[in-house]
Design a binder for this molecule. Structure first.
Ligand code: AP5
Ligand code: MG
Ligand code: ZN
Length: 213
């Protein structure tokens, strides 16, 4: 099963993608997490991506597409995957479709986690992220067991560099301009499913598992 997560920054794509990946035994592939891991490790890719990410801009398609195609070609992806944060532009979606078509495959579901902009800024300022394993928490709604420490791997939790309010505004603008058109794109293909992302995490997950079966 090949699943794409759509939704604004902070809508809960990562939170839900992790749960889906676990339940259905699929790899969770977040381009944002891959970029952040590269930044943390000081790679060339990380240096290049950081220039864009810190401004709330998208990393150029060329760089992102190459990275993603390499990742989905790996052995663990042969039964499917959950893509979180990719595609994010129409050209990215077209490349993915073309690659899948070569293999006689297609995207099965594009799950749109719908959250209005008003709710987003609050979610971002309370988010704490683990840069080692990609786990995400919220200081009020989804706190870790021990403050500042990842439940999963024990690493220190941080506020992401791009979660400052001014950057969040910019990310929302970029989302509406470049990523939201994907909702129509997948609707036309008949694979779009929307869920109310303002509900508590477990309820959102319940709605998604009803769709995925
Ligand atoms: P990326 O890492 O993908 O960031 P994003 O899309 O902005 O999304 P977020 O990760 O911020 O939010 P999320 O929807 O995963 O929400 P989360 O589950 O954390 O990308 C970062 C940057 O990398 C981009 O800006 C771009 O520069 C670059 N990039 C990445 N992919 C790219 C691509 N394909 N092309 C070009 N550039 C790319 O939840 C948010 C918070 O809310 C958390 O604190 C969480 O605990 C909490 N929460 C979640 N669900 C609920 C709930 N139901 N109720 C209450 N709180 C909740
Ligand atoms: Mg995320
Ligand atoms: Zn962790």
């Amino acid at each position: 099963m090949k699943i794409i997560m759509l939704g604004a920054p902070g809508a809960g794509k990562g939170t839900q993608a992790k749960m889906i990946a676990e339940k259905y035994g699929l790899p969770h592939i977040s381009t944002g997490d891959i970029f952040r891991a590269n930044i943390k490790n000081g790679t060339e890719l990380g240096k290049e991506a950081k220039e864009y990410m810190d401004k709330g801009l998208l990393v150029p398609d060329e760089l992102t597409v190459r990275l993603l195609l390499d990742r989905v070609a790996k052995e663990d992806c042969k039964n499917g995957y959950v893509l979180d944060g990719f595609p994010r532009t129409i050209p990215q979606a077209e490349v993915l479709d073309a690659e899948l078509e070569k293999l006689g495959e297609k995207v099965d579901y594009a799950v749109n986690v719908d959250v209005p902009d008003e709710n987003i800024v609050n979610r971002m300022s309370g988010r704490r992220a683990c840069l080692s394993c990609g786990a995400t928490y919220h200081i009020v709604s989804i706190p870790p067991k021990k403050e500042g420490v990842c439940d999963v791997c024990g690493s220190e939790l941080v506020l992401r560099d791009d979660d400052r309010p001014e950057t969040v505004q910019n990310r929302l603008k970029v989302y509406h301009e470049q990523t939201q058109p994907l909702i129509d794109f997948y609707e036309k293909k008949g694979v779009l499913r929307s869920v109310d992302g303002t509900l508590p995490m477990e309820e959102v997950f319940g709605a998604i598992t009803k769709i995925l079966g």
